[in-house]
Design a protein. Structure first.
Lengths: 147, 533
């Protein structure tokens, strides 16, 4: 089994910090890493032969760059520093940029995210949603135009 | 392997087949429908799950090349700017449709007489009018009677609520003094015929778990089955077989286990949509009809019409919403009829969309560079979320012989049957219409309060409406079926789907497709004693 120190995908702290850099926590909104999306991302990347090696290489680069900045590594840096490092790594490793869509997609389907947006956290069915009725002023205008 | 012969064999179980089978069932003829898909369980629809938005983009996509389900066949769309969409199941594409339910207008049936282009239909609006009404009752239709630009219609249910988005857009139309009207929708606004009312699960186009949207698996088909019609699922038809006298003999099909089966019938009816029907006719070519069955005119597969659609988005500062049936709040026919001063013939409809859900907002924002990763992520998202809506420009597509469906020489489905290939180009007339629509849509959105707009000239992924590829006509030299859907060449072969449209109008075609299917069923009943003369 690959040790976390060797396999960056297995490094929970690194993965969470990476995800919290893509979508950071802010006011009412949770961060993608804080939400615990790391395991889902790990499963997605590991199961994709095309993605696995380049993403691992990119995360390894991110870890290395983080350790050069701070003995605590990438996770110990503040958001501005993490963003700066990630931008640089993304230029060298486009695969990491491709992760953006998967992370956004996963984040905006998480119950915690939906709840923070004021939406029902679960499936729409069977509760459904309420929408604003037609403006009575508009209906009155239509009534006057009926053939 | 041979099965017991039937009186009537229908291929395909979508919008037209269901209406046709239900109507013809009163004759007590032995009717069988073969469908390559299966029955969809309402518990499988995406809105049963929290990640419903993403599910709608993948396994429930309208694009068979994206879904790639075992029941789908591939479509080579590499030579078309519009991807053809469809769904293969009992209910067909009504499983995923938006249920926008307008009727074609009277002048849409006489385009040549009115504007000197294309051809007139061999039938008119008045011929279909009673069947439109039957169809509204069977499918369930919500709407507001009295639309001043359309013939009288009395939907059995009141219209869907406009919601914040529809109200805002309606005020925009009002400010400009342009026509608008609540959309007619095949969606229940109250309990109807045992089906529940809409609870705004949204977005409809990945199926309705509530059963409020009228897909034919829950409207016509149960009624048709009660009348004795049989449906056999998992059956992919390879070809229509022909007797030595040139009459249709039945079909060869692969059953759910992949075994080749033969099904004989007195009457064969094709209802496979504007791509599937010409594909089947072309795949039925034999020495006696080398260019395909029912194709002496050479028109099978030609004159493909899509309704090219453009979309203009408006970005608002005030908060809107995103729930409610996506395609059905309001429409406008302000620019529907020809006006020579506009520089193009015929016209287009506007159809209002609802807003975008969180997932769709993030995806759109990312593509536009408005929702980026990093510390400004949430700020970018909040600027879009519940603040975007779109107006569709749905143009009338005129028939052109070079826009066509052929058989791909290499691509095949999972049974080795040649797949369809689409060759389609946008006409200059359509391009002008789309450009005009984008400008006018921008005016509406700004009048409604949009602070910014963005127009997309053509939506590649909006090829829902498949029409014209086996058109009706009185002349066997220039058309495939006669004025009541019977093949000119093969007198016990009928076509009842959108293939038989002569022109397309500029409205969603399903109500007209179903009215045509009911009319053809009625014609068969009326002419039953000399049907093949």
């Amino acid at each position: 089994m690959t040790e976390p120190q060797n396999d960056p995908l297995a490094d929970d702290a690194l993965l969470a910090a990476f995800l919290d850099t893509l979508i950071p926590p802010s006011d009412a909104m949770p961060g993608a890493g804080t939400l615990g999306m790391g395991s889902a991302v790990r499963a997605q990347v590991s199961g994709n032969a095309m993605l696995s090696a380049p993403v691992s290489a990119a995360l390894a680069g991110l870890r290395e760059a983080g350790l050069e900045r701070d003995p605590g590594g990438f996770a110990a840096l503040d958001l501005d520093a993490r963003e700066e490092l990630l931008k640089g790594i993304m230029k060298q490793h486009p695969a990491l940029g491709m992760m953006q869509m998967a992370v956004f997609a996963g984040y905006y389907q998480r119950p915690e995210t939906l709840e923070a947006l004021g939406q029902p956290a679960g499936a729409p069915f069977p509760k459904g949603n309420t929408i604003e009725p037609t403006d009575p002023e508009l209906l009155a205008k239509l009534e006057a135009r009926k053939r | 392997m041979a099965n017991d012969p039937v009186d009537v064999l229908i291929v395909g179980a979508g919008a037209s087949a269901a209406a046709f089978a239900w109507s013809l069932a009163e004759t007590r003829m032995n009717i069988l429908c073969l469908e390559q898909g299966g029955w969809i369980k309402s518990t499988d629809y995406p809105t049963n799950f929290a990640d419903y938005e993403a599910r709608g983009f993948a396994g429930w996509s309208g694009d068979p090349n994206t879904r790639k389900l075992p029941v789908d066949y591939p479509v080579n769309g590499s030579e078309s700017p519009i991807n053809p969409l469809m769904f293969n199941a009992v209910g067909g594409s009504t499983i995923l449709w938006a249920a926008h339910f307008p009727r074609m207008e009277p002048d849409d049936f006489r385009v040549h007489s009115v504007d000197g282009v294309a051809e007139d239909w061999p039938i008119g609006f008045d011929t279909l009018a009673p069947f439109f009404d039957v169809n509204d009752r069977m499918m369930g239709c919500s709407g507001l009677a009295g639309n001043p630009l359309s013939p009288p219609r009395n939907p059995p249910m009141p219209p869907l609520p406009l919601g914040k988005v529809g109200n805002a857009l309606a005020h925009g139309f009002e400010q400009l003094g342009w026509h608008w009207w609540p959309s007619d929708a095949a969606i229940n606004t109250q309990e109807y015929e045992g089906r529940a009312k809409c609870i705004n699960l949204s977005p409809c186009t990945s199926g309705c778990a509530q059963g409020a949207k009228a897909s034919t698996d829950i409207t016509y088909w149960p009624e048709a089955q009660r009348r004795g019609v049989q449906i056999r699922t998992g059956c992919r038809v390879r070809e229509v077989t022909v007797r030595p006298d040139g009459m249709a003999d039945g079909v060869l099909y692969y059953d759910a286990e992949g075994k080749l089966q033969e099904q004989k019938a007195e009457i064969v009816v094709l209802a496979c949509n504007g791509i599937g029907t010409p594909r089947l006719l072309l795949n039925s070519a034999r020495d006696s009809h080398p260019e395909g069955l029912a194709n002496r005119s050479g028109q099978v597969g030609r004159n493909l019409m899509f309704h090219p659609v453009g979309v203009t988005f408006g970005f608002f500062e005030k908060e809107l919403d995103h729930h409610g049936p996506i395609g059905c709040s309001l429409h406008s026919h302000q620019f529907y009829a020809s006006d020579p001063s506009r520089g193009f013939v015929r016209g287009y409809s506007f159809e209002a969309l609802r807003g975008l859900g969180p997932f769709a907002t993030a995806m759109m924002g990312m593509q536009r560079g408005q929702v980026r990763w990093g510390k400004r992520h949430h700020e970018g998202f909040q600027r879009l979320y519940n603040r975007v809506t779109g107006l569709l420009t749905m143009t009338e597509d005129l028939p052109e012989p070079d826009n066509r469906v052929t058989l791909d020489p290499e691509l095949k489905d999972s049974h080795g049957i040649p797949a369809p290939k689409i060759q389609y180009k946008l006409s200059e007339n359509t391009k002008k219409m789309l450009a005009h629509g984008k400008e006018r849509a921008t005016e509406v959105l700004k009048a409604a309060g949009a602070v910014e707009t963005m127009g997309q000239d053509l939506m590649p992924g909006a090829g829902w409406h498949l029409m014209g590829t086996a058109r009706m006509g009185t002349d066997p030299e220039t058309s495939v079926v006669n004025g009541w859907g019977r093949s000119h060449d093969v007198k016990n072969l009928f076509i009842i789907d959108g293939s038989i449209f002569v022109t397309s109008g500029a409205v969603n075609p399903t109500a007209t497709i179903q009215a045509l299917a009911l009319y053809i069923a009625d014609a068969i009943k009326q002419k039953i004693d000399n049907l093949f003369d």
